[in-house]
Design a protein around this ligand. Structure first.
Ligand code: KIV
Ligand code: ZN
Length: 387
């Protein structure tokens, strides 16, 4: 089965988003967790952004054995030198060079013509290659780039030594079908494309980052860039856990695999929340508090009989073994019976309607009920019945 490489950029694109900055120690701690998660590549930072970032990449490099460590650089010598310096302790290293290629970025941000951008790509990818064997090249704002110009940029980047070409949807603008078409166009028009690995890097401004990433995989892309909990610039990056679990659960459709240790997904998510204080919404797929919980009576009745009625993901494979039946205002008697059995509470089945009504009465004034209150209400109902 074809393997999809997971390129984690939580420590670079994720860390540069508001409220997600980390200290050096925190970055090293999280990088070690990424190694446990078994990602293939860790983008450890952007060395030219600060001396602190450069030092952090060095420290991460000293502490990581297996994943490739990559360091980001703009298309200039100073950035590339700093990226190289930041990687001196890495067992496996990659320099990630990028330049913007859309008209709006070239004209109003870089103030460069197409010709100037092409020259920069040629000279700077060559320079990076003279320092490091593994070179990734990204076309920033690729999805808003003129397609013919994109072909020229990619052709030159490959001729100059890039072995990975990344096609970012920098502003989260593209939709899945269009993204597929862009990748297809590149594959059919860049003469030397078969010599390199293609990569996605999708942002989530329209909530389509994961869908676009998956559409890239359908078109043959073999590396995906993503972040834990989907953190990143603005609305974030494609969420690692959602991509990995989509490929896992719908293996029948995608027929590809990742090497991610899925038992470490929730630990990684929790560690990131702990470090950054940036919370995950309750209903976030895979890592949200409610992701595997059922409160509605009809759903609870269904899963008590057969989990397949309402569960597509085996929560225990992710290490979630706690009770997924939540007693709430919408729960029915099947769930309350199950809960009493789970808690080893003695009960009289003839009184079930009374237990349900007492529990619901409590829940009219409270959003949730904990185990202690639950068992107290059942005990009180039993006493009431006897007297
Ligand atoms: O979103 C983007 O285009 C990036 C590049 C630097 C890869 O983060
Ligand atoms: Zn990005």
């Amino acid at each position: 089965m074809k393997k999809i490489k997971i390129f984690d950029t939580t420590l670079r694109d994720g860390e540069q988003s508001p409220g997600c900055s980390m200290s050096l120690e925190e970055k090293v701690k999280f990088a070690k967790q990424l190694e446990k998660l078994n990602v293939d590549i860790i983008e450890a930072g952007f060395a030219a952004s600060s001396e602190k970032d450069l030092k952090a990449i060095q420290e991460i490099s000293k502490n990581i054995e297996k994943p490739i460590i990559t360091s980001l650089a703009r298309c200039n010598k100073d950035d590339i030198d700093k990226a190289y310096k930041s990687l001196i302790f890495a067992k496996k290293k990659r320099i990630h060079v990028f330049i913007a290629t859309s008209k709006v970025h070239m004209k109003d941000k870089l103030h460069m013509s197409e010709e100037e951008v092409l020259m920069k790509v040629r000279s700077m990818v060559k320079y990076a290659k003279s320092l490091c064997e593994d070179i990734e090249f990204s076309l920033e704002d690729a999805t808003r780039t003129d397609k013919e110009f994109m072909v020229k940029v990619i052709t030159i980047a490959i001729e100059s030594g890039a072995n990975v070409i990344n096609i970012p949807d920098t502003v989260g603008y593209i939709v899945p079908n269009e993204y597929r078409n862009i990748i297809n166009y590149i594959k059919n028009n860049v003469p030397n494309i078969n010599n390199v690995e293609l990569s996605t890097h999708c942002h989530n401004d329209l909530g389509l980052a994961v869908a676009n990433t998956l559409s890239g995989i359908e078109e043959g892309i073999t590396q995906v860039e993503c972040t834990v909990n989907g953190i990143g610039e603005r609305a974030g990056n494609a969420a690692l856990e959602e991509i990995v679990m989509a490929l896992n659960v719908r293996n029948d459709y995608y027929n590809v695999k990742t090497d991610i240790n899925i038992k470490e997904i929730i630990n990684s998510s929790k560690m990131l929340v702990d470090i950054t204080g940036s919370l995950v919404q309750r209903n976030k797929p895979i890592v949200g508090e409610n992701a595997f919980k059922h409160e509605a009576g009809i759903h609870q009745h269904g899963i008590i009989q057969n989990k397949n009625t309402y569960e597509i993901i085996d929560a225990s494979a992710l290490g979630v073994n706690e009770d997924n039946i939540v007693i709430g205002i919408h729960s029915g008697k099947h769930a309350i019976i199950k809960k009493m059995k789970n808690m080893n509470i003695n009960f009289d089945i003839n009184n079930i309607d009374m237990y349900v009504s007492e529990i619901k009465k409590y829940l009219e004034d409270h959003k949730t009920i904990n185990d202690d209150v639950f068992s107290q209400i059942i005990s009180k109902s039993k006493i009431k019945k006897r007297s």
